[in-house]
Design a protein around this ligand. Structure first.
Ligand SMILES: Cc1cc2nc3c(=O)[nH]c(=O)nc-3n(C[C@H](O)[C@H](O)[C@H](O)COP(=O)(O)OP(=O)(O)OC[C@H]3O[C@@H](n4cnc5c(N)ncnc54)[C@H](O)[C@@H]3O)c2cc1C
Ligand SMILES: NC(=O)c1ccc[n+]([C@@H]2O[C@H](COP(=O)([O-])OP(=O)(O)OC[C@H]3O[C@@H](n4cnc5c(N)ncnc54)[C@H](O)[C@@H]3O)[C@@H](O)[C@H]2O)c1
Length: 472
C-alpha cells in the first residue's frame, strides 16, 4: 500500500472535482485526484455534452422539415440515428482533452484512477493507495434514480448513462419523468423521427414557473409530443420492442423503448462516510453554507451536496471552497444568483425568484414586467416569435427573471449578472443593444418597466409642457 500525504484530496473527477483540482494546484497546493470511472464525470460523458449534441442533430432535422416558411422547400430528413450518435461521440472526444488525466498531470495533479473510500476522518483509501489529506473534497456526483415502479427490474430500460450507446432508433420512445432530462430527450427523439410519449407524475418542467413552462409545453405538443401530466407510472411490463407503462389511473402507454428520467441519487454508497463522521440527508451529503460536511475538514460540492444539480453550480461550488481551503477566508455558497436553462426549443431559463416566490417575499412591492418575443424584430425575421420574458422587480431592482423562447439560455446570462451584482433596472435601460438582436428583449423588458412611469405620468407631461413653453 502506497502512503501519500497531500494538502488537498479530491474524490471525483467531474465538473466540480476537476475545477477544484485545477484551481488549487495552479495556486500552489499539492493535490491528489481520485476518479473511479471516466474523467469529466456525468456532464462530459453522460449528461450536458451528449444531450446538447443530440439536440443539435434534432434541430437540424427539424429545420429541414420546416424550411418552407423561409422560401425553401421542406424535405424529409434522412435521419441516421447511429450516425447522430457518432456525432455525439465526436463532440465528446473534442472536449475530452480538457478534462483528461494527461492535462491534469501536466498541471501537477497526482491522478489516481481508483475508487475512494474513507478509513478515518482524514484518510481515504483508493486501490493500493492510502491518502492522508489536510482537506478532502467529495465531488462524487449523482446517478440516475431508479424509482420503485413495479416490474421495472424485469424490463429493459434506458437511462442517461446508457442512452448514448443505443444505435437503433426507437420507433416509439416512452419517457417516464417530464423534468429537464425527459423533456430535452423527448423533443430530440421526436424531431429525429421517433414517436414519443412522456409520462409525468406531476407537472412537466415542474421546477419552472408554470406560465413559462406552458409556452414550451404548448410548442412540444404542437410538434406532436404526447405528454401525460398528473400520470404517475405505477407498473411497467413487456419485453424489448414492446413495453407498456401503466399509470395510477389505469391508462396504459405502449412503446418500443423506455427512458427513465425521474431525478438523481447522490453518489454516497461505498464512500464509508460514517468512518469520517460525515452525515447525509435524503438528498445527499449534509453541508453548511460554506459547503463543509459534518466533518469540518471535508467539503462536499456539486450534485452530491444535494442542492441545485448543474455543472455551473459544481464549478461555482469549487470557487467557494477554494477560497476557504487555500486562503482560510470565510466563503459561503448562495443559490440566489444561480441561473438554469432547459435546452428544449424554445428554451426555458430562470434566475433568482420566480413570480410566485417573489410575490411571497415582496408582496405589494413587487412589480412584474412582461415583454413578448412577438415584438422583437429579429425574432420576427427568424420566425421565432413564440416566447416571453418576465422580470420580477422590487424597489427598482430585479429579483428574478424567467424567459421562455429562442435563446432563453443565452438571454438569462445578463439577468444572472444583474442579480449577482444587485444592479438596478435603470442600468439595464441605459444599455444600448445592437439592432436587430434577440438580446434586445432584455433591454425592452427594462423599457416595459419604465414606459408607464414616463409615458403615463401626468407629472412628466406637466414638466415637459412647462419646459417646452420656456425653452428658447
Ligand atoms: C442527461 C443530463 C443532461 C444534463 N444537462 C445539463 C446541462 O445542460 N447543464 C448543466 O449545467 N447541467 C446538466 N446536467 C447536470 C450535470 O451533468 C451535473 O450537475 C454535473 O455533472 C455535476 O458535477 P459533479 O462534479 O457534481 O459530478 P459528476 O460530473 O458526475 O462527477 C462525479 C465523478 O465522481 C466519480 N466518482 C464517484 N464516486 C467516486 C469514488 N468513490 N471515488 C472516485 N471517483 C468517484 C464519478 O465516476 C464521476 O466521474 C445534466 C445531467 C444529465 C444527467
Ligand atoms: N439543461 C439542464 O441544465 C439539465 C438537463 C438535464 C438534467 N439536468 C439536471 O439533472 C437533474 C435531473 O433531471 P431529471 O429530469 O431526471 O429530474 P427532475 O427531478 O428534474 O424531474 C423528474 C420528473 O420525474 C417525475 N416523476 C418521478 N417519479 C415518477 C413516476 N413514477 N412516474 C412519472 N413521473 C415521475 C417527477 O414528477 C419530475 O417531474 C435536473 O434536476 C437538473 O439539475 C439539467
Amino acid at each position: 500500500m502506497e502512503k501519500i500525504k497531500t494538502d488537498i484530496l479530491v474524490i471525483g473527477g467531474g465538473s466540480g472535482g476537476l475545477s477544484v483540482a485545477a484551481g488549487a494546484v495552479q495556486m500552489g497546493a499539492s493535490v491528489v485526484l481520485l476518479e473511479a470511472h471516466k474523467m469529466g464525470g456525468d456532464c462530459l460523458n453522460y449528461g450536458c455534452v451528449p444531450s446538447k449534441a443530440l439536440i443539435a442533430s434534432a434541430k437540424t432535422a427539424y429545420a429541414m422539415s420546416h424550411a418552407e416558411q423561409y422560401g425553401i422547400a421542406n424535405v424529409t430528413p434522412q435521419v441516421n440515428y447511429a450516425a447522430a450518435k457518432d456525432h455525439v461521440a465526436d463532440v465528446i472526444s473534442q472536449i475530452e482533452p480538457v478534462d483528461s488525466q494527461e492535462r491534469f498531470e501536466g498541471l501537477g495533479v497526482r491522478v489516481i484512477r481508483d475508487y475512494g473510500k474513507f478509513v478515518s476522518p482524514t484518510v481515504v483509501e483508493a486501490g493500493a493507495h492510502r491518502i492522508e489529506a489536510r482537506r478532502i473534497v467529495i465531488a462524487t456526483g449523482s446517478s440516475p434514480f431508479v424509482p420503485p415502479i413495479s416490474g421495472l427490474e424485469t424490463v429493459p430500460y434506458i437511462t442517461n448513462e446508457t442512452l448514448w450507446e443505443l444505435r437503433e432508433q426507437p420507433e416509439h420512445l416512452l419517457v417516464i419523468g417530464g423534468g429537464p432530462i425527459g423533456m430535452e430527450m423527448a423533443q430530440a427523439h421526436l424531431r429525429l423521427g421517433s414517436k414519443v410519449t412522456v409520462v409525468e407524475g406531476d407537472r412537466a418542467l415542474g421546477k419552472d414557473d408554470p406560465e413559462m413552462a406552458e409556452i414550451v409545453l404548448d410548442k412540444l405538443r404542437a410538434e406532436g409530443l404526447a405528454i401525460a401530466e398528473g400520470s404517475n407510472a405505477k407498473e411497467v411490463r413487456g419485453t424489448a420492442g414492446a413495453i407498456e407503462v401503466e399509470t395510477e389511473d389505469g391508462t396504459v402507454h405502449k412503446g418500443t423503448h423506455l427512458l427513465v428520467a425521474v431525478g438523481r441519487k447522490a453518489n454516497t454508497d461505498g464512500l464509508d462516510l460514517d468512518k469520517a463522521g460525515i452525515k447525509t440527508t435524503r438528498s445527499g451529503i449534509q453541508v453548511d453554507d460554506s459547503l463543509r460536511t459534518t466533518n469540518k475538514k471535508v467539503y462536499a460540492i456539486g450534485d452530491v451536496a444535494g442542492g441545485l444539480q448543474f455543472t455551473h453550480v459544481a464549478g461555482y461550488h469549487a470557487g467557494v471552497i477554494i477560497r476557504s481551503m487555500l486562503f482560510g477566508l470565510p466563503s459561503k455558497a448562495s443559490t440566489r444568483h444561480i441561473p438554469w436553462a432547459t435546452y428544449t426549443q424554445p428554451e426555458l431559463a430562470q434566475v433568482g425568484l420566480t413570480e410566485a416566490q417573489a410575490k411571497k417575499e415582496h408582496g405589494s412591492r413587487l412589480e412584474v414586467v412582461r415583454f413578448h418575443y412577438s415584438h422583437n424584430d429579429r425574432a420576427i425575421a427568424e420566425r421565432k416569435t413564440r416566447g416571453l420574458i418576465k422580470v420580477m422587480v422590487a424597489k427598482g431592482k430585479p429579483v428574478g427573471a424567467s424567459i421562455a423562447g429562442e435563446q432563453a439560455g443565452e438571454l438569462i446570462n445578463l439577468w444572472a449578472l444583474v442579480i449577482a451584482n444587485k444592479m438596478k433596472m435603470s442600468q439595464i435601460a441605459s444599455m444600448v443593444a445592437p439592432y436587430p438582436t434577440i438580446g434586445e428583449l432584455n433591454k425592452r423588458a427594462a423599457g416595459a418597466y419604465f414606459s408607464p412611469r414616463l409615458f403615463e405620468s401626468d407629472t412628466v407631461k406637466k414638466v415637459v409642457g412647462f419646459v417646452q413653453k420656456w425653452l428658447p
